[in-house]
Ligand binder design. Structure first.
Ligand code: SF4
Length: 615
């Protein structure tokens, strides 16, 4: 039953193009011969979800299958949801406008803990029971993947199964199994038993959690011996041989990242101790420049986009960057296509590269020193110096740039107020670097933005044992920094400490926090990452009513022998390595870039990538 959204509704809501679909390169299949319908859900609005590379890859990958039809679903904004509920319109997929309750799978990508209430809201809007235990054969399987799935426990009672790691291979294996299961027409439980031993599949209901008297986790064990004790993440070993779409959907409306995203490599070898992505995506595997050029040509031809973004966790570490950008510029400049290099490290900023890349259009520069002093940058293993920063911004100012964004974090382990003063001082030195350049040799209108996020301890990082600063302390530090930024050329932005507190709860929460999510949703919490919709009071009421102490999860330091709610997940990087890195942090010791020298994190066990090439 196709859903028809009346023009009346569309004319009343913000950005109606969020709900109409039919964009260039969107896929429309005849349902005849389709055995599997997969609703790929992004738990945020269209503009955010449409910018997500993982969704683009898996959407086109699944639609390569003749037996499967993958369609997109985004969280309807509050105005549209109101109209849908008032008119009893269930959540529908963008391509077919069919209700997703009729699909075989409803899959969520977990990019941010504070999007979890949107997941619950989307299930409710679709008419699918919120709790896994309440679903019957008439309901789709609810599955999830993405970085936040590395601690799946807060969603354990809501999601039927998780896919750990990279989705390209595992999702096809699950679809193959499902096709066979559907023919056999047996129980839901039977399907879950069929996929339980696919590497990377985690089915929470097949695991029992024991708790110690102090509320910490005692152990997470499979309920049957034939189920895997550890769930090992999946990776794709050779990116050149792995599916990457040669076309992206071109939206009618502006989206957050409205350009071609060319994924250079996965993983990172820098080892910044707060960064989860830097460890869970190891080992590093690169796509060859030849493959990337081939993809860039096709993507440009098939989309008409005027910008190509070279994406990775640390683009300046790409082995063949010079050659790749040279060739891309040669090909794309005549087509008036610009290159953007989002994550260039301070210590490898190259004016020559930036000037070439942005010959068509100049965009602002972003650097992430993360900490205000060398002492603290060593603690977090950032490995860049003040000199690197000043050299890079000075080079950029001589190159005509006058807009610089500087990213820092507040609340890092061992942080002192001297470190916070260091942030303000770095800002002043950047302004001084600009003023030191003769007026005729620099760009006009200097603007420096200092932005501080709050440190959130994440699973599978050397800082997974750390306590987060209290909300009051974070606010005090924000005020302290604000008072020390004097220059009129500097704008200071900071993240909401209450939101970071909740993120910290769900980043390291166990199954007990799952009920709080549902309770908070019942109190109207959703779109929590949007300031105008964030309801902290309701959240704290939900914790209270569920008898769960959020500080136990956010603000408590763990001992090295505590069992973590995610200890049954294997990402390759070992706990002993992370403990060693935690100790080195407290010693202010740097660990070098493992492209040069392997530090034995354990990711080599996955085979493939630089770990092996180094041997
Ligand atoms: S195994 Fe060694 S080379 Fe590979 S990611 Fe870990 S530290 Fe780096």
């Amino acid at each position: 039953m196709k859903i028809k959204i009346s023009d009346q509704i569309l004319q009343r809501v913000e950005k109606p193009s969020r709900y109409i679909g039919n964009e260039w390169n969107s896929i429309h299949k005849d349902l005849k011969g389709i055995q599997i319908r997969f609703a790929f859900c992004f738990p945020d609005v269209y503009e955010v979800g449409m910018s997500h590379l993982g969704m683009k890859i898996l959407y086109h990958l699944l639609n390569e299958r003749d037996d499967t039809y993958c369609e997109r679903v985004f969280a309807p904004w509050v105005d549209m949801e109101q109209s849908m509920r008032a008119n009893k319109i269930p959540l529908f997929a963008l391509e077919s406008h069919d209700p997703i309750s009729q699909f075989d799978f409803v899959g969520f990508t977990l990019q941010y803990e504070m999007s979890y209430t949107n997941i619950i809201n989307m299930l409710d809007l679709a008419g699918i029971p919120i709790y896994s235990k309440d679903r019957t054969k008439d309901h789709p399987f609810v599955c999830a993947g993405g970085p936040c799935a590395y601690n799946p426990e807060p969603l354990a009672d809501i999601v039927d199964f998780f896919m750990m790691g990279e989705g390209e291979d595992i999702i096809n294996e699950v679809m193959d199994e499902y096709g066979l299961w559907k023919v056999d027409n047996v129980s839901r439980e039977d399907f879950l038993n069929r996929i339980v031993n696919i590497e990377g599949i985690y089915i929470p209901r097949f695991y029992k959690v024991d708790y110690n008297e102090d509320g910490t986790v005692g152990g997470i064990m499979p309920v049957k011996k034939e189920y895997p004790r550890k769930i090992r993440k999946r990776i794709v070993k050779e990116l050149d041989k792995t599916f990457f779409p040669d076309r992206f959907i071109v939206p009618f409306t502006d989206i957050v990242h409205d350009r071609i995203m060319l994924e250079l490599f996965r993983g990172c070898t820098r080892g910044c101790r707060f960064c989860q992505a830097g460890f869970v995506y190891r080992p590093v595997r690169e796509r060859s420049a030849g493959k990337l050029l081939e993809l860039a040509r096709k993507l440009e031809e098939n989309t008409g986009y005027e910008e190509i973004s070279l994406t990775s966790l640390s683009t300046s570490d790409y082995t063949d960057l010079g050659h790749l950008t040279e060739e891309l510029i040669k090909e794309m400049e005549p087509r008036k296509v610009n290159l953007s290099l989002p994550s260039l490290r301070i210590d490898s900023f190259s004016l020559d590269l930036m000037e070439k890349a942005q010959r068509v259009r100049k965009s602002g520069l972003t650097f992430a020193p993360e900490a205000g002093t060398q002492r603290l940058r060593n603690v977090i293993n950032k490995g860049v110096t003040e000199e690197d920063l000043i050299n890079s911004v000075t080079t950029a100012f001589y190159g005509g740039w006058s807009g610089v964004k500087l990213y820092f974090m507040l609340g890092l382990p061992t942080e002192t107020y001297e470190d916070i003063e260091g942030i303000a001082e770095l800002g002043s030195k950047v302004v001084a670097a600009y003023m030191g350049i003769p007026r005729e040799k620099r760009g006009k209108g200097l603007n420096v933005t200092i932005s501080t996020s709050s440190f959130v301890p994440k699973p599978f990082t050397p800082f997974q044992w750390e306590a987060q600063d209290s909300i009051e302390t974070l606010r005090e530090k924000q005020r302290y920094l604000k008072d020390r930024i004097k220059s009129r050329h500097i704008i200071y932005n900071w993240h909401d400490a209450e939101l970071s507190f909740l993120e910290a709860v769900f980043a390291r929460g166990d199954r007990k926090v799952g009920n709080v999510l549902v309770k908070a949703w019942e109190k109207g919490c959703k779109f929590d990452s949007w300031g105008e919709h964030f309801k902290f009071k309701e959240w704290m009421e939900a914790f209270d009513e569920c008898g769960v102490d959020p500080h136990f999860y956010a603000n408590r330091r763990r001992s090295y022998d505590e069992v973590f709610p995610w200890d049954h997940i294997d990402v390759g990087v070992g706990k002993r390595f992370l403990i060693r890195e935690n100790e080195r942090a407290y010693g202010g010791e740097l660990t070098s870039n493992c492209r040069a020298d392997c530090s034995g994190c354990g990711a080599a066990a996955f085979g493939g990538g630089i770990c092996v090439e180094q041997r």
